[in-house]
Design a protein. Structure first.
Ligand code: BES
Ligand code: MG
Ligand code: ZN
Length: 466
């Protein structure tokens, strides 16, 4: 779907003219006031739609009225939701083109574009019979700048969603490395297995050793014209999580191609950052591998040595993400950055705690956590802080090594957070658990089922606003 911007669309001939209505107010079109408002009492609650066939009484064949809720409560998030609902309705009536002419003061073009793109998204490359898609939409009144920024964000989300939706057969560690290398404007280094061995990443290597796909350690670097802050973004890149020798049951394994959603998010962010050109240095880091059972797999009881020399007794091979992240965190801390953020589909416990509504967030710096939570809230991604009480570490104590990789089933997200902290040194750090938000079983809001691109908007806004 192509997204355009134009000064004035209401007088132009079009298939569907999309206008807005605030609760308790009238619309910009008399015909809509006559039918929707006066005759049918259409209220205009957020996301409600009302379709009018104009039968030649307007330059548009149809007018779609979209509710924006109460004017005083309207904001960018509501804009995104309302446009998303409008697109869903337009798809339903099989419209090809539409012109949005919203009578509002705010320049919310960025949110409008993001909402439209989220709702328009489909992962239908494997379908012979494609579902209906719109060709083009035009927005009036928004600035070109807002529309363009919206498109950059929307493209970044699409990169992330496509990668996480893709089968593990295709989205392999090598594929992630290829995608990273193809992003223009970055300095990218891919470390092969022997180089990973030289870096002494014993935890990461152990996870990947049971797979036929060789591991790749990916380091992308963006440098702004000025560097006001240096940030490292680490994405969990388990291209398939079978659980390893501690094999997952079939139902839990079914969607585990999404276990690289953190990596997909980081690739989405890195692909967009070169277009936004913020005054920061951003490192995108992915320890990519598969967690598979085989004769060469790592085993429960193995003792691994991470890059920082700490030893880990393998208690459960299915707690693999934290092992790969441990080495990635050590690597990031050596870059002497100001902040490190890791994003990972890390624990089923996070899904139990927060469902698919919010991601978990933990860290060692309250201000940074709050800033990420706020950034998320402003662009429609919810984060909920989980406590880093040191008692959660007790269950990770090992008789033979510095720690085990799993502990009690209870408080599992926090235990994982405390485990990760063991590999963080002298840097502000936050950990984001997207186990519940990265991949939807059922449609939710403007999202269809499958990958959501969780974290992309927040992390992109975060690095941009720094
Ligand atoms: N990739 C999973 C976590 C996950 C679960 C993500 C459900 C998305 C949806 C992770 O590697 C895992 O298997 N975690 C285990 C840890 C356990 C063995 C301590 C879990 O959460 O069950
Ligand atoms: Mg696992
Ligand atoms: Zn996993």
């Amino acid at each position: 779907m192509e997204i355009k911007v134009s000064e004035n669309v209401s007088s132009a001939l079009c298939e569907v003219l999309v206008i807005n209505k605030f609760e308790g107010e009238r619309t910009s079109q008399e015909i809509a006031n006559k039918f929707a408002v006066e005759k049918d009492g259409f209220e205009g609650k957020l996301g409600e739609t009302y379709l009018i066939h104009t039968l030649g009484q307007s330059t548009a064949d149809k007018i779609l009225v979209v509710g924006l809720g109460k004017r005083e409560e309207f904001n960018e998030n509501k804009m995104r939701e309302a446009v998303g609902k409008a697109i869903k309705k337009l798809q339903q009536i099989k419209a090809k083109n539409a012109s949005f002419d919203f009578d509002i003061e705010n320049d919310f073009g960025k949110s409008a574009v993001i909402g439209a793109s989220i709702a328009d998204y489909a992962f239908d490359k494997y379908k012979n019979k494609k579902p209906h898609h719109m060709d083009e939409i035009t927005f009036a009144k928004f600035s070109e700048e807002q529309i363009n920024e919206g498109k950059i964000f929307a493209d970044a989300m699409k990169v992330a969603r496509d990668l996480a939706n893709e089968s593990a057969q295709i989205a392999t560690p090598a594929k992630l490395a290829e995608v990273a290398s193809s992003i223009e404007g970055l300095e990218t280094k891919i470390y092969e297995k022997d180089e990973i061995e030289n870096m002494k990443m014993g935890a990461f290597l152990a996870v990947g050793q049971g797979s036929a796909q060789s591991p790749k350690f990916i380091h992308m670097k963006y440098t702004g014209k000025e560097v006001k802050k240096r940030i490292a973004l680490i994405g969990k890149g388990i291209c398939f999580d079978s659980g390893g020798l501690d094999l997952k049951p079939a139902a839990s394994m079914l969607t585990m191609r999404d276990d690289m959603s953190g990596a997909a998010c980081v690739l989405g962010v890195m692909s967009a950052i070169t277009k936004l050109q913020p005054d920061v240095e951003v490192h995108g880091i992915i320890a990519a591998c598969e967690n598979m059972p085989s004769g060469t797999s790592y085993k429960p009881g193995d003792v691994l040595t991470a890059k920082n020399g700490k030893t880990i007794e393998v208690d459960n091979t299915d707690a693999e993400g934290r092992l790969t992240l441990a080495d990635a965190l050590c690597y990031a801390c050596e870059l002497e950055v100001d902040e490190v953020i890791d994003i990972a589909t890390l624990t089923g416990a996070c899904l139990v705690a927060l469902g698919s509504v919010a991601s978990g967030i933990m860290g060692n710096d309250k201000e940074m956590i709050n800033k990420l939570i706020e950034t998320g809230a402003d662009c429609g991604e919810k984060f909920w802080e989980l406590p880093m009480f040191k008692e959660y570490f007790n269950s990770l104590k090992s008789d033979i090594a510095d720690m085990k990789n799993t502990g009690s089933r209870y408080g599992g997200s926090q235990t994982a957070g405390l485990f990760l902290q063991e590999f963080v040194k002298d840097v502000k750090w936050c950990h984001i658990d997207i186990a519940g938000t990265a991949f939807l079983e059922k449609p939710q809001g403007e999202f269809i089922s499958g990958a959501t691109g969780a974290g992309v908007r927040t992390l992109l806004n975060y690095v941009k606003n720094n």
